[in-house]
Structure formats: structure tokens, C-alpha cells
Ligand binder design. Structure first.
Ligand code: SF4
Length: 358
């Protein structure tokens, strides 16, 4: 049934009536963060509800030492780095240093719209080593897997993937077990759930007693998911609900899951704001290691001393809002970003800045 003003008002009334007290609800996903800011949803909700951003913006959770290592590789003579656009502007540990700056200094860097485009580039340029920077979660990992299998099939031996792919579940477990954890319920990311299935978030109520609702990305989807979370909290009956059944099934996309199983295995990985987490990253399986850029280029991660007052790590763990960062809108703007949360099209700081007053 399409939404209209009356239905929206009814759901808002239900939320107001059910609200058991002040609540912190976390939207895990950066796409939710952007949709919430764009629609002005925060202003529509009762003041007792705080929506917090979570570790679901892939560029934002990539830590500075990984960006620094990418910047170092970008200056290798025959290397052509390929990536989605957001990665180009993410600063490393030194202010102002980014792939965009390295490109101006002569590094070979191309933006691609899909990992398979990077394989095509490799086939067209056999004289270059084409590296795809694979950033993302379970949603984008199948596309990266498809690119590796395509490269193998077409004999693109000069193609490799630097996998920065991450899994959502270990990050949420780490967040929940952290010293400062203030979240009463989770809006779970619909597109990750479309791959792993709604059941992929069952651990939240079953192991931690936390309400979890899988949500779509229209403002109405998010509002509905918020109302379900509030109802669960009012009833003291935490459970998993799927409020996005038009795209998410209970067990997810089997074909995509098989692609992931064929190509990747879990590994320890580093996250901005959360530190090192076991079994949280995806690396290529031994049979595909010839396509692993970290091995091919013997990548090492420099010790990075972060002196910046950027609070991205706190923003993506819900410990502060973008406006709490002393640099927000002053030294840090989308035109001149200091941290990844101001760069990414899914970043909380960029969303807050772009839609301030919405
Ligand atoms: S406003 Fe800029 S510096 Fe502050 S947390 Fe956000 S991205 Fe980092």
C-alpha cells in the first residue's frame, strides 16, 4: 500500500504513544544515515528518540593506516589503482594527502563503477598492474568476487584486488561489547540483509536481548522500522523483525552467498573506531591468492599516529554526533574534508552538513 500523509501521521502517533522513555536507536548503514538526513526524519520524531549512526559506511570504517598504505602503492611506477569515487578523497593520516592529491602528482588512478570495469582495464593495458580497491560489506563483496572469477577466466594476470571488504556482524558484536554502549535497538541494513538474509541479524535479540528491525531505504521504510523498534522496547519483547520483505528474505541470496564462499575467507581486520576485530574481514581464498594485491605487492601497514581531532571513530560508533566534532563545518567541510565521514556519500558528517536544516 503506498504511503500518504495520513499513514505517516498514524505511524508517528503510534511511536509517540508507545515511546517508553528516551531511546537511542542505531541505524547501522550509511545509506540509512543519508536517507534520514535527506528526509528530515529526526525532526519529525519525538524528542526522546535519538538516531545514532553506526559502522556501516564502508569508506568511513577503513582506518588511516590502510589509506596510508594505499597512498604508498599509488606511487609505484606500473601500478594503476582503480576504485569507487569516494575512496579518492579520503585523507590518510597526513592532512590533505589523498589519492586525488597523488593523482595530481602523477599517480595512475581511475574511478570505476564496477569491479568488472577494472578487469576490462587490465585486459586493455597488459603493460600495467591494475589493482582494484575492494571496499564495502557483504553487499558489494559478490561483485568483487565476480571480478576475480572473470579475471581468472580471461587470463588477466595483471589484475588484482586489495580486499578491504568487511562483515557487519563482528563489528556489531564488538560495538555491543565495548565499554561505552548506549544503543537500545538496531535498524539493520536492508541491502546487507538482502545478501545474508534477515536471519543474519538474529544474534542481536537472541544473544544480546536487543531489538532488531531490518529496514528499507525510503523514509517510510525507516519510519516503520523505528515504530517497530519502539513497540518492541515498550513491550520489553526484543525480537528480529523484517520490515523490508520486498527485498529481504529470511535466508538471503543463496547465489551471492555461494560466490562469497567460493572466493573469500574470513580474516582479522582493522576498523576505524573499533580497532582490530577477528574474523571481520574478507580475503581471497588460497586458490585465488594470485589475484591478491596485498600479497602481490607485499603490502605492509605503516604505524600511523593520528593527531587530528577528527572524531570519525566516535561518529561511526554512535558515541557522538557530527556536530560534536570541533572541526565540523569549520576546518572540515565537503569541499575540504578532514575525515572520511565528510567525504563519503554515506558519511554521517557529509549527510548532516548537506541536509542541515532539512
Ligand atoms: S566533521 Fe570532519 S573531522 Fe569531524 S568527525 Fe566528521 S569527518 Fe571527522
Amino acid at each position: 500500500m503506498p504511503w500518504d500523509k495520513r499513514r505517516t501521521e498514524n505511524v508517528l502517533r503510534e511511536i509517540r504513544e508507545d515511546l517508553p522513555g528516551p531511546l537511542n536507536l542505531m541505524e547501522v548503514c550509511g545509506t540509512h544515515t543519508m536517507a534520514i538526513a535527506k528526509s528530515g526524519l529526526k525532526a519529525m520524531l519525538p524528542p526522546g528518540i535519538r538516531l545514532l549512526s553506526g559502522p556501516g559506511c564502508p569508506v568511513c570504517v577503513t582506518p588511516p593506516q590502510v589509506i596510508d598504505a594505499v597512498l604508498e602503492l599509488s606511487m609505484e611506477k606500473d601500478v594503476l589503482l582503480t576504485s569507487y569515487g569516494d575512496m579518492l578523497r579520503v585523507p590518510g593520516s597526513r592532512a590533505g594527502d589523498s589519492l586525488l592529491r597523488r593523482k595530481a602528482l602523477g599517480a595512475q588512478i581511475e574511478t570505476v563503477y564496477s569491479p568488472v570495469d577494472a578487469v576490462e582495464l587490465a585486459l586493455r593495458h597488459p603493460e600495467k598492474q591494475v589493482v582494484f580497491l575492494g571496499v564495502g560489506f557483504e553487499t558489494t563483496a559478490p561483485g568483487t568476487a565476480a571480478a576475480v572469477l572473470t579475471a581468472q577466466e580471461k587470463g588477466a594476470k595483471n589484475f588484482s584486488v586489495w580486499s578491504m571488504l568487511k562483515c557487519v556482524e563482528p563489528a556489531l558484536r564488538t560495538l555491543i561489547q565495548s565499554e561505552v554502549f548506549l544503543v537500545d535497538g538496531f535498524l539493520c541494513p536492508g541491502h546487507v540483509a538482502s545478501i545474508i538474509g534477515a536471519r543474519g541479524f538474529a544474534f542481536l535479540p537472541e544473544e544480546y536481548g536487543l531489538p532488531a528491525v531490518v529496514a528499507g531505504f525510503e523514509p517510510e521504510d525507516i519510519l516503520l522500522a523505528v515504530s517497530r523498534l519502539v513497540r518492541q522496547l515498550a513491550e520489553h519483547r526484543p525480537r528480529l523483525e523484517n520490515a523490508y520483505p520486498r527485498a529481504v528474505s529470511e535466508h538471503g541470496n543463496r547465489l551471492a552467498q555461494q560466490m562469497l564462499e567460493t572466493c573469500f575467507e574470513r580474516r582479522f581486520d582493522l576498523w576505524r573506531g573499533l580497532g582490530g576485530i577477528g574474523e571481520s574481514g574478507l580475503q581471497l581464498k588460497p586458490a585465488l591468492r594470485d589475484f591478491d594485491a596485498e600479497l602481490r605487492f607485499k603490502v605492509s601497514y605503516p604505524e600511523t599516529e593520528t593527531k587530528t581531532p577528527c572524531r570519525c571513530g566516535d561518529v561511526i560508533t554512535g558515541r557522538c554526533s557530527p556536530e560534536d566534532c570541533p572541526l565540523f563545518g569549520k576546518r572540515c567541510t565537503p569541499e575540504d574534508p578532514v575525515g572520511p565521514c565528510m567525504v563519503s556519500s554515506e558519511g554521517a558528517c557529509a549527510a548532516t552538513w548537506k541536509y542541515k536544516g532539512a
